[in-house]
Structures are given as structure tokens and as C-alpha cells.
Design a protein around this ligand. Structure first.
Ligand code: 3SL
Length: 239
């Protein structure tokens, strides 16, 4: 009997219904920039992050006195404390704080996945540490790419492909879906130069036009942080 677990990739939140309930662990990925900002926040001492899907929910938390980050289409939403830049989460005043975050796609994907048994956050920043943790959980894993407004994106798929490559290489996992095979091949073509490979990708262009090149470089530099954010009772905390 084949006892290997499955590692599969869902390209967009819009396709999640086809996969849900079959995987005990869902890894939500939004390389540019939500899940990278979340990893950076934990690595710099933020205590918890409450992801919310809508600006209305974010405003309600703000009214209760929470520090709130809100981003739409790459920009800080007017009236909020900060947006989605990883650098915003490295500030001294955020250390030990519970922070609320709402973003265009990343927090929406977290919301969609929230009923899975285990939901963790993946990015290139925590790739190695997360992959090693997934390897020993003995559970089926789905990488959920946040994409852009329910469309496919390259950077999340490449990160998902990297997780596939690692887990398949362990001999403890198998993949059946073509999305997983495609993600793995994209990762293999990109892995030696993420920055160059993604040069003309849609969201890299979008962020570059907003002068966010430093954010892009940071988010595309792998394995900077040994953190695994996990969703517990609606809050992301560190494992
Ligand atoms: O879509 C998201 O959740 C964001 O990461 C997009 S942005 O990088 O802040 O533009």
C-alpha cells in the first residue's frame, strides 16, 4: 500500500472549492507581499496578526484601538496605520503587539482556507523551515496560492513549486495534479534567479510602478526567517 501523503497546488483562491476538505494542512502563499510581510512581522517580534478579509472589519478593529495594516492594489488604504510592506512590520512599536491586517488577496486566501484543520503561512522567506516542518507532520498538504484577484500568478506558484520539490524529494509525498507538476517545473526554472525570472511578471511590474523595488527584493530573498505562522482561533501566531 502506498502510504505517501499528497502535496498539491491550488493556483488561485477561486479554485479552492475543488480541493478543500481533502488536505489537513493548507499553506497560504502570497509572496508579493502579504505572507512575506506576515513572516517578517513574526521574525521582528509581532505577537499575533489577525487577518481580516474586508476594510469594514479592519475599521472595526481600528475603532477598538488595534494597530491595523490595510492594503488595496498595492497601496496603503487611507486612514490606516500602515500597509503591506514587510518593512512596516519591523518597527519597534509593533514588538509584542497584536496587529490586524487586511490585503487585496493574501488575507482573502487566509479567510477562504480558515476551516481547514491546520492553516499555515508560506513565503520564500520561511521556505526551508516550513518545508522541513511539513515533511514531519504526516498529513496531506495543499499549497493555496493567493494569486491576484482570482487570477494565476507566477511568484506564488514558484514558492508552491519549491515546497512540492522539497516534499517530493523526501520520498514521503506524492503529487497527482498537473498544477503541482507545473508549479514544480516553474520553480526549477526560476530557482537560480527569482528576481530575474519574475522581471516581467504582473505583480512585480505593479509594485515596481509604485516604487516598491526594495520590498520586492526582500520578498524574493529566500530563507531569511525561521518562523511558521499558524492560524489559531482566527489569529496568526508563531508555532
Ligand atoms: O494581494 C495582497 O494580499 C498583497 O500582498 C498585494 S500587495 O503586494 O500589497 O500589493
Amino acid at each position: 500500500m502506498d502510504t505517501r501523503k499528497h502535496i498539491e497546488v491550488c493556483f488561485t483562491p477561486g479554485e479552492y472549492d475543488y480541493y478543500k476538505d481533502e488536505y489537513e494542512i493548507v499553506v497560504v502563499i502570497d509572496v508579493l507581499r502579504a505572507t512575506s510581510a506576515i513572516c517578517a512581522a513574526f521574525a521582528h517580534g509581532v505577537k499575533s496578526i489577525i487577518p481580516v478579509a474586508t476594510i469594514e472589519e479592519a475599521s472595526e478593529y481600528q475603532a477598538k484601538g488595534f494597530l491595523v495594516g490595510a492594503e488595496r492594489k498595492g497601496q496603503i488604504v487611507e486612514g490606516f496605520d500602515f500597509g503591506n510592506s514587510p518593512y512596516s512590520y519591523m518597527k519597534e512599536e509593533l514588538k509584542g503587539q497584536d496587529v490586524v491586517l487586511s490585503t487585496t488577496n493574501g488575507t482573502k486566501a487566509l479567510d477562504i482556507a480558515k476551516d481547514a484543520e491546520i492553516v499555515v503561512v508560506g513565503s520564500l522567506l520561511n521556505l526551508q523551515c516550513l518545508s522541513e516542518w511539513l515533511e514531519v507532520q504526516d498529513k496531506n498538504v495543499l499549497c493555496l496560492c493567493s494569486g491576484w484577484q482570482d487570477k494565476f500568478n507566477l511568484e506564488d506558484t514558484i514558492c508552491a513549486g519549491a515546497i512540492c520539490e522539497y516534499l517530493l524529494g523526501s520520498g514521503k509525498f506524492q503529487s497527482d495534479e498537473d498544477s503541482s507538476i507545473a508549479a514544480k517545473y516553474l520553480y526549477l526554472s526560476a530557482k537560480d534567479n527569482y528576481f530575474g525570472y519574475l522581471k516581467s511578471s504582473s505583480h512585480r511590474r505593479r509594485l515596481k510602478n509604485l516604487n516598491l523595488n526594495e520590498d520586492i527584493k526582500y520578498c524574493l530573498t529566500p530563507n531569511q526567517h525561521d518562523v511558521i505562522p499558524i492560524l489559531r482561533n482566527g489569529k496568526l501566531v508563531q508555532i
